[in-house]
Write a protein that binds this ligand. Structure first.
Ligand code: AHM
Ligand code: MG
Length: 337
């Protein structure tokens, strides 16, 4: 070791270590939450292995079925769903698993104190991008059973506002595989090191820029957006706005990941085809809103803070405006007129 090298420079923190260390700060932590999150990270490594070799394994294309939302199920959607169910099904402390792909929740165990966690997930977000080798991802949200709900009322336990989430995260399978999570104490980002098969800390306490230079929206639907949103987009293109650029991948996870790092705004407003918005409150909007807020950003449905919306159905959809505080406030202002 040369004289200027400190032990710190040798430090390599895996996501497992990071979660364990942050849980130590909670005097009542038993380690079971750490165990649960390790099930999720394991599942995402299984998914990433399939995604990276999809062409070779013959798992591109659709299964020929439609999911509960009437969307075509891709083979990888199915494999990703199974990986998460497999990895969490035997963790002991998970009572319920709720997937965007499945009609009904999976009741893993009868509720008890020991099985108090509810895991909600979108196993493979950005399905339309799978076959064309564009970034896709996994999103997860974790709740605890609701103490105000009768123990057998499964749906009642699940339909809690996003503010009740105890953790949320996503993995983006892009040029590298990145996992981002929050348990309500900041946002932390890890990169999968394929040589050792571990997520290694890349950035702790990630902060979203307060203002950005990009907006992200599917402008093909512009004609059916609410007037206020159209006015915002006109303004964003004007000289007065100071020169915005546009990016749209069509995988929410990837579009959000860029927005988290670079700032700006992602929006999926109501359209003629999806008058209540397209994105799912429980599996997409809530977890990403939790992360956005923890990183200093914001998320709204145009009228209300996403995290305060009380869901009324499992597969409920919502309009979503998410990103830097400045741009989210601008969109909301234009929208509300
Ligand atoms: P998915 O979960 O079935 O993949 O659908 C959600 C995706 C999001 O990732 C993305 O933001 C959106 O759908 C894109 O929709 P569109 O093609 O209408 O722009
Ligand atoms: Mg999705």
């Amino acid at each position: 070791m040369n004289e200027t090298t400190s032990p710190e420079s040798y430090k390599m923190v895996t996501v497992q270590q990071h979660i364990m260390e942050s849980q130590r700060a909670h005097p009542t932590a038993t380690g079971e939450f750490t165990w649960l999150l390790s099930g999720i990270t394991l599942a995402t490594k299984m998914i990433e292995a399939q995604v990276r070799r999809a062409g070779i394994l013959g798992v591109l294309g659709s299964t020929g079925e439609e999911n509960v939302q009437g969307e075509v199920v891709q083979k990888l959607d199915q494999l990703a769903n199974d990986a998460i169910l497999q990895c969490l099904g035997y963790r002991g402390n998970v009572g319920l698993m709720v997937s965007e792909e499945d009609d009904e929740p999976h009741i893993v165990k009868d509720f008890s104190d020991a099985a108090r966690y509810i895991v909600l997930f979108d196993p493979l977000d950005g399905s339309s991008n799978i076959d064309v080798n564009v970034s896709i991802g996994t999103i997860f949200s974790i709740l605890q059973t609701n103490p105000e709900t009768k123990s057998k009322d499964v749906i009642g336990h699940i339909l809690q506002p996003g503010i009740k989430q105890v953790a949320a995260g996503y993995v983006v399978y892009g040029s590298s595989t990145v996992l981002t999570y929050t348990t309500g104490s900041g946002v932390h980002m890890f990169t999968l090191n394929p040589e050792i098969g571990a997520y290694v800390l890349h950035k702790e306490n990630v902060l979203m820029p307060e203002k950005g230079k990009m907006y992200s929206v599917n402008e093909a639907y512009l004609g059916t957006f609410p007037d206020g949103v159209r006015k915002y987009l006109d303004w964003a293109k004007s000289e007065a706005a100071g020169g915005y650029s546009s990016r749209y991948i069509g995988s929410l996870v990837a579009d959000f990941h860029r927005t988290l790092l670079r700032g700006g705004v992602f929006l999926y407003p109501p359209t003629k085809k999806a008058p209540g918005g397209k994105l799912r409150l429980l599996y997409e909007a809530n977890p990403l809103a939790f992360i956005a807020e923890q990183a200093g950003g914001a998320a709204t449905d145009g009228k209300r803070r996403i995290l305060e919306k009380t869901p009324t159905a499992l597969h409920e959809r919502t309009p979503l405006v998410i990103g830097s505080k400045y741009e989210v406030a601008q969109v909301a202002e234009f929208w509300q007129g």
